[in-house]
Ligand binder design. Structure first.
Ligand code: NAD
Length: 257
């Protein structure tokens, strides 16, 4: 029970990494606020939490919409009085080299992946500052550090999230608020399943090739990332501030052959 008495908001926890993290955090004693744009998937995550005997609550909100985020945060504060941890996890992929990306796609990737982090943090921070206590985990990616083919918009956003994390940490350290980033490699979630199908002609050969990105020659699992998020959310990481945590099978710093 490493998260007992903590109220934790996880954006985009109706699927993939967010869902795995929500289930793990609830098992560790947290009250988990599940957020997602997809109502059915969010409710499903909450049901899994409750079926396993955990505590949680679902709030439907679009992290790109200020009114929607404000209402979500107000609702949490009214019901629970505090938010101990915010995990800015919601994100979308954007496949394409720069010249291939349509302006609308570019804008949407920026909106969800950067504006979403900005808005959720903006409305949670005053509550954390008032209590002089808080913990924010931002979802970046190892593409913030390495070039990956045809991920121009996506890597731009994840690099921005990493830079933002460091800047936020400096501004809020005096309020006893920690801000760190997670940088996963390729993790098998619906997000990756979708781009395997939409961006490659043959799913199986694409899968074989993306496995080679990792020294492990395997994809990570959502649970691998959830365990890293657990460390950051718990007080065990109390000396970690403004830092990237890589969970990538060696994709960032290793090189296969
Ligand atoms: P996923 O698609 O399985 O889950 C993302 C969830 O976010 C979905 O349920 C979706 O409905 C929700 N969402 C999207 N837009 C939203 C919005 N505007 N408001 C609220 N919710 C919204 O994806 P995943 O693989 O679990 O990815 C989670 C995060 O991890 C993303 O930020 C992604 O960029 C990041 N990431 C994933 C990988 C990977 O290989 N899967 C690697 C590095 C980083």
């Amino acid at each position: 029970m490493r998260l007992i008495n903590k109220v934790i908001l996880i954006t985009g926890s109706g699927s993939g990494i967010g869902r795995s993290t929500a289930l793990l955090f609830a098992r560790e004693g947290a009250t988990v606020i599940v957020n997602d744009l997809d109502e059915a998937k969010g409710i499903e995550t909450l049901k899994y939490i409750q079926d396993a005997g955990g505590m949680g609550h679902f709030i439907h909100a679009d992290v790109t919409n200020p009114e929607s985020v404000m209402l979500m945060i107000d609702q949490i504060i009214k019901k629970y009085g505090q938010i101990d941890v915010l995990f800015n996890n919601a994100g979308i992929s954007g496949v394409g080299a720069l010249h291939e990306i349509e302006p609308d796609t570019w804008d949407r990737v920026i909106q969800v992946n950067i504006r979403g982090v900005y808005l959720s943090s903006k409305y949670v921070l005053p509550h954390m500052m008032k209590r002089k206590s808080g913990n924010i985990i931002n979802m970046s990616s190892c593409v913030a550090e390495i070039g990956l083919a045809r991920r121009a918009s996506y890597s731009a956003t994840k690099g921005a999230v990493l830079a933002l994390t460091k800047s936020m940490q400096v501004d809020y350290a005096s309020y006893n608020i920690r801000v760190n980033a997670i940088l996963p490699g390729t993790i098998l979630t619906p997000f990756v399943e979708n781009y395997l199908v939409s961006s490659y002609d043959d799913r199986e050969s694409a899968m074989a090739s993306i496995k080679k990105r990792q020294l492990s020659e395997e994809l990570g699992t959502p649970e691998d990332v959830a365990q890293a998020a657990l460390f950051l959310a718990s007080d065990e990481s109390k000396f970690m501030m403004g830092s990237p945590l890589y969970i990538d099978g060696g994709a960032t710093f290793g090189k296969n052959a």
